[in-house]
Design a protein around this ligand. Sequence first.
Ligand code: BES
Ligand code: MN
Ligand code: MN
Length: 461
Amino acid sequence: MINNPLEKTRNYIEENKDRFLNELFDLLRIPSVSADSKFKNDVQQAAGFVKESLIKAGADFAEICQTAGHPIVYAEKNISPELPTVLVYGHYDVQPADPYELWDNDPFSPVIKNERIYARGACDDKGQAYMHIKALEIMNDQGGAPCNLKFMIEGEEEVGSPNLAIFVKENTEKLKADLVLISDTGIISNEHPSITVGLRGLSYVEVEVTGPNRDLHSGIYGGAVANPINVLCDMIASLHDENKHITVPGFYDKVAELNAQEREALNKAPFDLEQYKSELDIDDIQGEKGFTTLERTGIRPSLDVNGIWGGYIGEGAKTVLPSKAYAKISMRLVPNQLSGEITELFQKHFESIAPDSVKVKVTPHHGGEGVVVPTDSVGYQAASQAFEDAWGKAPIPTRDGGSIPIVAMFQKVLGLDSILLGFGLDEDAIHSPNESYGVFNYFKGIETIVQFHHRFAALKK
Ligand code: BES
Ligand code: MN
Ligand code: MN
């Protein structure tokens, strides 16, 4: 048995729950949007808040590491060199809150409604990262953590972690640990807790299609000169065939295929298609032929237009044949596909399908590789036990469709596996208006994290 009465943790959370919520609210009030330079000072302020919180929670030291972009907060709690070390990773930056008018409350003035915390970053990832800081406080109160802890909470995850990758490479000694622990993913539901064992990679590009050298009168020229928006739509439509297969040559060459047994296991996870559709208010789903919804997001790559613009979008009508059209396109990748290679394949293909009537330019943005987390590790076992302790249920391994590019870097540069101990739900609507995080998940997550450290330390003995 492990020397950690779960009851004590539960009591501590119960006695401090208002403060735990209020502290998180203070963090949620800081609009630390990493993508928008308008919020640069707020991002710095959020870093300062996280650093102070770590110190108050009992870290030996916490520091703000400035980078060429937004800072990284780093902290340590050293117990004994004999004990294993867990490196906790999270991010305090958030996605832009736009469009503001679709929020029921101000995205940076958190409120609780129906047992949920509404604010940008409530779940992704301030709420989830802050659970680790409260877990540290609790372990300190209970006579000290059962292992050494390192914290690395960054401010650029939502823009692809460009400077964290450099920081990791330059600090391999400092970041030495036995594994990385991350709460930045979700579970199936509160009835079916799960552990994420796969993340998709990402390749992101922006395309520009240029037709005539200036905007033209759509009556004088319409029908005779290629309209770059029409052409872009044709080109985008051709990127999928009738089976919703992506048509970029070579795109699937390296896709790791799962065998029948693995696919069966993946599809055993509870999934209710009717509920899925009704939650999204759609009458039907769409995706690659021959694969289930869980497979389409978990083990198959995808290609989506994230934004498309050009021409006149102001009030009323303007008769114009625009000179330019643009789109942002993301490709979610699966293990063995390499983001750099896929970006190149896309670029070559997209240029090749452009008619002579237009010119195209493809500009790559950030990317990252997919990951698979082994389930036969001590870390996974500890996570599984922690769920059983806190939730009274064994968790199901699942593959998530989202991306955390730095996880592959942890593996490559530090040789460390990550345990994706996330507690979000689909209904949290991360990146969307009215993002929220369940109060239950916030407190249950803290409990699970405390258990994880105890279980991991015990298994490592
Ligand atoms: N926390 C998410 C990733 C995530 C969410 C993984 C849910 C699994 C389940 C992360 O903050 C995120 O949004 N990542 C970006 C990638 C990044 C390069 C902008 C993403 O997936 O779009
Ligand atoms: Mn996140
Ligand atoms: Mn995110």
